[in-house]
Ligand binder design. Structure first.
Ligand SMILES: Cc1ncc(COP(=O)(O)O)c(C=O)c1O
Length: 383
């Protein structure tokens, strides 16, 4: 069973923390609007009442175990979160049959990506990324004067692994997002293994950061996690997050898995005490709630299939999607479509240049997707 925000209020309100909890959380909407203004970015702008298919979030929220973990953590709010950090590190290590020294926690996996860019790139150690991909590492790199080598995705929206391997020569870091955001395609374990082997041979000082934020949503049987590669050699890092299938994006917990020396190198660029007690306890509880994860995968799979079919029936087949979002070619400038959807109460993904005719649509609940599809059809008829 998934827990709505209202039931979270009820849970929190029932306990001793209720009186301070409700006003703080109610204030979030206002803060999100302020943030939207500061970034001037539709993606972050909270349109009250809109269906939010724009940030690849889990529309069902966390499960009961995570809510209980978060609620119970309020009592420790006056303490620094060191003990909970140590516990979560150990628990994640155990889940992968690794030690805590193989795990670095981050304030979301965004923090892990940033720390990896800081640790492994610089003015003479470029970053290699796909184009388009999740923008965060490229933006971090540019901020510190690291040259960014962008490798276009192929015509079927897959990462061009050959071209990325060629571009890796002399690079400090390669960012491999698998499945790739925003294109939603995935590469199987064998091509990824061959890619790592080739880069390690041809450019041994280059580190490969494999972002598996959407790992749990993949159905392709050829896919497998790259965690074994990250423990075999010091030049591979795997990034994971609690923001997607676990439904904890607002709690900001992500992590890296790698050999201990590599973890130390990343850890040097993370802030002490950057994670908060609530997020840590929520993630700790979510980690073992496997039934919730399985349920979220099933819900996403059904709503995704519905949306893919509806768009295909309307003449707009999406790229193969192995995530909680899809990428569809509208065969026209996508911006008027985005704006029409927003006017009609549905937020869809931001532009991902150079794919100007494509739109990324996150998968919401089945009900949201039913409403969304009607809005998309109207927007396509007019935009
Ligand atoms: C591929 C990818 N990696 C990382 C992130 C960051 O997630 P978080 O910082 O919430 O863990 C996102 C967010 O959408 C993403 O799409």
């Amino acid at each position: 069973m998934s827990y709505s925000r209202r039931s979270f209020f009820q849970i929190a309100g029932a306990g001793a923390v209720g009186s301070i909890f409700v006003p703080l959380v109610s204030g979030r909407g206002l803060e999100a609007l302020t943030l939207g203004g500061r970034h001037g970015d539709d993606e972050r702008t909270l349109v009250p009442g809109a269906i939010r298919l724009n940030s690849n979030e889990n529309p069902n929220g966390p499960g009961k175990a995570a809510f209980d973990g978060i609620s119970a953590a309020f009592g420790e709010a006056n303490r620094y979160p060191r003990a909970s950090e140590a516990s979560l590190r150990s628990a994640i290590g155990e889940a992968f049959h690794l030690t805590p020294a193989h795990v670095q926690l981050g304030c979301g996996s965004t923090d892990i990506l940033r720390a990896s860019v800081y640790a492994y790139t610089g003015p003479d150690r470029p970053l290699v990324v796909a184009s388009p991909t999740f923008e965060s590492p490229g933006n971090d790199a540019k901020r510190i004067g690291t040259p960014v080598r962008e490798v276009p995705v192929t015509g079927d929206l897959r990462l061009d692994l050959d071209a990325m391997a060629a571009a890796a020569h002399g690079a400090g870091l390669v960012y491999l997002c698998n499945p790739n955001n925003p294109t939603s395609t995935v590469h199987g374990s064998e091509p990824v293994r061959q890619f790592v082997a080739r880069v390690s041979k041809e450019s041994p000082a280059t580190t490969i950061l494999i972002d598996e934020a959407y790992h749990e949503y993949v159905d392709d049987p050829a896919y497998a996690t790259a965690v074994p590669l990250a423990t075999e050699g010091p030049r591979v890092i795997v990034a994971r997050t609690f923001s997607k299938v676990y439904g904890l994006a607002g709690m900001r917990v992500g992590y890296a898995l790698a050999q201990p020396g590599t973890i130390q190198a990343i850890g040097a660029y993370t802030l002490p005490n950057a994670l908060n007690e609530l997020g840590l306890c929520g993630a700790m509880a979510a980690l073992t709630a496997t039934a919730h994860v399985e349920q979220q995968r099933m819900l996403n799979r059904a709503a995704r299939a519905f949306t893919v079919k509806a768009l295909a029936d309307a003449g707009f087949p999406a790229a193969d999607t192995q995530a909680n979002f899809l990428m569809v070619n509208l065969r026209r400038d996508a911006q008027p479509f985005r704006e029409a959807c927003k006017r009609d109460g549905v937020l869809v993904g931001r532009p991902f240049p150079p794919l100007g005719t494509y739109c990324r649509i996150s998968i919401g609940t089945m009900d949201e997707m039913r409403q969304g599809v009607e809005v998309f059809k109207r927007a396509l008829a007019t935009a």
